[in-house]
Ligand binder design. Structure first.
Ligand code: IMO
Ligand code: MG
Length: 422
């Protein structure tokens, strides 16, 4: 019988802890697939006293015998990918034995990165706060039908096509009066393209189909979060890909009927890095306390993350869009030391209360909170449900009732082992 593809998606603004959970779950799946995004992602894994951040490589990489698929919907920067592979090799793992790459994934060129920087520099107050990895310009070229794909590196006229696209980018950069080195990063990029050629380049849709037909379940690993989705996130302060469940099908070439479980990950509070609306953001010492306890600094850019209370209105919206079947609550232990914990249960928009995310999420939204007593004890060593305090159980029960979906995994620390399955 054919297996299903299960999905792990971030339900907030990214950085929910997808890397850890994919790493935990990956032991049960022969294959892990990234379906969108690129090196704007930074998924942190912690095991055996070691830490690792993956960017384009799926988080199943450290599981023996796993196949890690870089899917068609991903945008791949050969230079970053080669660097990442070097760190994987340093851990004693041969990346070529564990990674396959879709020929249809689009390539991030050095000039895509320059364009990202040029657009942000020109945006003034409207800056997205991009990670500047060239994500937006690469997807723009994909949709504009100018892009170069991984499979193109094997064609004889690849260098000419590269030159043509680069010239196009130079014209755009000149229009923006952006100063640049016309050959920046190019040598490393072409060396990395040669490195890419040593990997198995696949027709992702057939590859995925075959695995499932052989009875091998796949875990799809989302990058970013549903509130950063290009269609349903806080537009225009979003990333340029479909981070929601639909992106799994378009990004891997998979029919919706073959999707099984949808694991939705959220942090017990909220963070956001970069600009854009964030209704529950805290500007006081509570926000600072969350940042310190949760070590809320970007894994890719090192930027301090904005912090706030859990936003159940936004979470209910993404649970709906993604059809989440199982919730996973991360970083619950970071709330151990609070007397009172708050969660936003409705918004006041122009004085009118609503439990829906409005079209203009940049509008003046006043969050309405429910309050819960804190548990005031260290949860990091707890490994069994029976060891959880009643105040914590109350908080979780409230969330489950509000969202109508069970919380099936609770994470109480960054390590693989700090996980309770229910
Ligand atoms: P992971 O997978 C958090 C944010 C950026 C910016 C916006 C657009 O680690 O959760 P982009 O570089 O995509 O053009 O930036 O999206 N962003 C993320 N925020 N986690 C991420 O990835 C992110 N990837 C992009 O900060 O606001
Ligand atoms: Mg991250």
């Amino acid at each position: 019988m054919s297996s299903k593809l299960d999905v792990v998606l971030g339900l907030q603004w990214g950085d929910e802890g997808k890397g850890k959970i994919v790493d935990v779950l990956a032991g049960r799946y022969p294959a892990v697939a990234r379906f969108q995004g690129g090196p704007n992602a930074g998924h942190s894994l912690h095991f055996d006293g070691k830490s690792f951040v993956v960017r384009s490589i799926p988080s199943g990489i450290f599981r023996e015998g796993s196949v890690n698929i870089i899917g068609s919907g991903v945008v791949l920067d050969p230079t970053t990918f080669k660097e990442e592979c070097a760190s994987v090799s340093a851990m004693g793992i041969e990346p070529r034995e564990r990674i396959v790459i879709s020929k249809k994934a689009h390539l991030i060129l050095p000039t895509h990165r320059l364009l990202d920087a040029a657009y942000e520099a020109a945006a003034g107050k409207g800056k997205i706060g991009s990670t500047l990895k060239g994500i937006g310009p690469t997807y723009t070229d994909k949709v504009g039908r100018h892009g170069l794909r991984v499979g193109d590196i094997l064609t004889p006229d690849f260098k000419d096509r590269f030159a043509k696209l680069k010239a196009r980018h130079h014209r755009l950069l000149d229009d923006l009066h952006f100063e640049y080195d016309p050959f920046q990063g190019e040598t490393e990029w072409f060396e990395s393209v040669e490195f890419l050629k040593r990997f198995e380049l696949v027709d992702c849709e057939y590859f995925v189909d075959k695995l499932l037909k052989e009875g091998k379940p796949i875990l799809a690993e989302g990058a970013q979060g549903s509130m950063l989705d290009v269609d349903f996130g806080s537009y225009p302060f979003v990333t340029s890909s479909s981070t929601t469940v639909g992106g799994v099908c378009t990004g891997l070439g998979l029919a919706p009927s073959r999707v099984g479980k949808v694991f939705g990950i959220f942090k017990a509070y909220c963070t956001r890095v970069g600009s854009g609306p964030f209704p529950t953001e805290l500007f006081d010492e509570t926000g600072e306390k969350l940042r310190q306890i949760g070590h809320e600094y970007g894994a890719v850019t090192g930027r301090p993350r904005r912090c706030g209370w859990l936003d159940l209105v936004a979470l209910k919206y993404t649970v709906m869009i993604d059809g989440v079947t199982d919730l996973i609550m991360m970083k619950s232990d970071c709330l151990d030391d609070f007397d009172t914990i708050k969660a936003c249960t409705s918004y006041k928009v122009d004085g009118v209360e609503t439990d829906q995310v409005p079209f203009d999420i940049a509008a003046q939204i006043e969050p309405v909170y429910s309050e819960f007593p804190g548990w005031k004890q260290d949860l990091t060593g707890v490994r069994l449900e029976s060891g959880l305090p009643k105040e914590f159980k109350q908080y979780i029960k409230f969330i489950e009732d509000y969202l109508g979906v069970p919380v099936s995994i609770i994470s109480l620390g960054p390590d693989r082992e700090a996980t309770i399955e229910r």
